[in-house]
Design a protein around this ligand. Structure first.
Ligand SMILES: *Cc1c(COP(=O)(O)O)cnc(C)c1O
Length: 435
């Protein structure tokens, strides 16, 4: 292997990283390998991955079952086009997704990333209404504080106050926004807030195709938790105002919040549902958009009777085989107990941090733990402090948070807790006024 210093020098000058400039301001860490819940850096240091590679690696790294599924599939075929051809991995995965999601979701569109799954959901919703002779219904409505991906249509429904979205506002389709959902998984739904939604829908119903929200947990838009009761209310509002309901379960799916899908907390079925991130256990890039028969049939009856989308790597067999293995591995084990155990551990570890200077809020739901600061995190200082404690964290804005792989042990959860404490001390506590 090339010298680490040389690799990093090239990386810094030539390789773009997420939300970064060139040359990079902060040197990324060079990872040599990963196994179980641990990343191994090029100098041999091991870090517990507190991020599951952004929600995805729910079974950790190099899981023997997933490795075997990938090897097996590699020996028959890695990829074939999906136009005019089909294959067992995609068919079996679709069968499994239909079986484990809410009953009305019966049709699966495979894509290669979450953002594209949201693009497809938007296309489905708009084309549903166009096919029904209502092309004016072409906008989306969402609550503020969300995150739905980085391509342009998903960006148009991300939190409009997010700094990166502001730059793009002139380019993006204009959507309708309601206020951030009131905080708290356990809070009773606020009738005034629902009244506010009702009014927004009433005044824009002629132009709105669908509601789109992240159920229960807003992820990269601010790590907020809200009552499942809002999902029940949004279902009722969608039906009453004649708009479709889209749930973006890309972050929340596959057990992360303590239910297999976050919508299961409320027992509510959307018309369209986006899955991604943990769908392949973090091995390969694959996502899916599911819809009801009413949506699929309406589109297929319209003047353009096809869904006009077809990515080159649609339904990639390698990703599909690993995804199927990941889902079956999840369902074969007692994942609810694992997530409850992590939830209890995170509560125990993080609750005391609420008293630290500079901490505004501590919240835990399922295998997600969040410490919100009173001002922006010094990401470099916070990350370095966590790495010093043997844990990989990736804070953003005013948030230091963790969503570890489900096989993380109790002492490792404790170590993540210590690392978050160190990160808060090193990288937090400054007020917004001081910047
Ligand atoms: C990450 C995420 C996306 C985008 O997925 P990518 O695979 O990064 O394109 C969309 N919606 C939600 C809720 C997400 O967390």
């Amino acid at each position: 292997m090339a010298e680490p210093a040389e690799l990093l020098a090239f990386d810094r000058q030539h390789v773009w990283h997420p939300y970064a400039s060139l040359p990079a301001e902060v040197q990324p860490l060079l990872v040599r390998s990963a196994s179980g819940v641990r990343l191994t850096l090029d100098d041999g240091q091991e870090l517990i991955d507190g991020m599951s590679s952004w929600w995805a690696a729910i079974h950790g790294y190099r899981h023997p079952v997933l490795d075997a599924a990938a090897h097996r599939q590699l020996d028959s075929m890695s990829h074939v086009m999906f136009g005019g051809l089909t294959h067992q991995p995609a068919i079996e995965l679709a069968r499994r997704l239909v079986a484990i999601t809410a009953e009305p979701l019966r049709h699966v569109f495979f894509t290669d990333s979450g953002s594209v799954a949201v693009e497809v959901a938007a296309k489905m919703a708009l084309q549903y209404w166009a096919s029904a002779g209502r092309p004016a219904k072409h906008r989306l409505i969402t609550w503020r504080g969300g995150y739905h991906g980085d391509t342009l249509h998903p960006m148009s429904v991300c939190d409009p106050d997010g700094c990166m979205q502001a730059l793009w506002q002139p380019t993006l389709p204009a959507q309708v926004f309601t206020d951030v959902p009131p905080a708290g998984y356990d809070a009773e739904p606020d009738p005034d807030y629902l009244e506010h939604w009702d009014r927004a829908l009433a005044s824009h119903a002629e132009s709105i195709a669908a509601i789109i929200v992240e159920p229960v947990v807003q992820g990269a838009g601010g790590m907020r938790f809200s009552s499942p009761g809002y999902l029940t209310a949004l279902r009722e509002l969608a039906d009453r105002h004649g708009v479709l309901l889209i749930f973006d379960e890309i972050a929340t799916g596959f057990g992360r919040t303590g239910a297999l899908f976050a919508a299961d907390h409320a027992g509510v079925a959307p018309d369209i549902c986006c899955l991604g991130k943990a769908m392949t256990g973090g091995y390969l890039s694959m996502a899916a958009t599911l819809c009801t028969s009413a949506v699929a049939e309406q589109i297929s009856r319209g003047p353009v009777p096809v869904l006009a989308h077809g990515p080159t790597f649609m339904a990639n067999p390698l990703a599909a085989a690993v995804s199927l293995a990941s889902i079956d591995l999840l369902l074969a084990g007692d994942w609810p107990a694992s997530v409850r155990r992590i939830e209890a551990g995170l509560r125990r570890e993080l609750a005391p941090l609420a008293d630290l200077p500079g901490v505004a809020d501590v919240r835990v739901l399922g295998a997600i733990g969040v410490v919100q600061l009173t001002g922006p995190v010094d990401v470099a200082a916070a990350t370095e402090a966590a790495v010093g404690q043997g844990v990989w964290l990736r804070p953003f804005r005013d948030l230091i948070y963790t969503m570890p792989p489900y096989l993380v042990a109790d002492d490792e959860v404790a170590q993540i807790g210590s690392a978050i404490r160190a990160a808060v001390s090193a990288g937090g506590g400054r007020s917004r006024a001081q910047g």
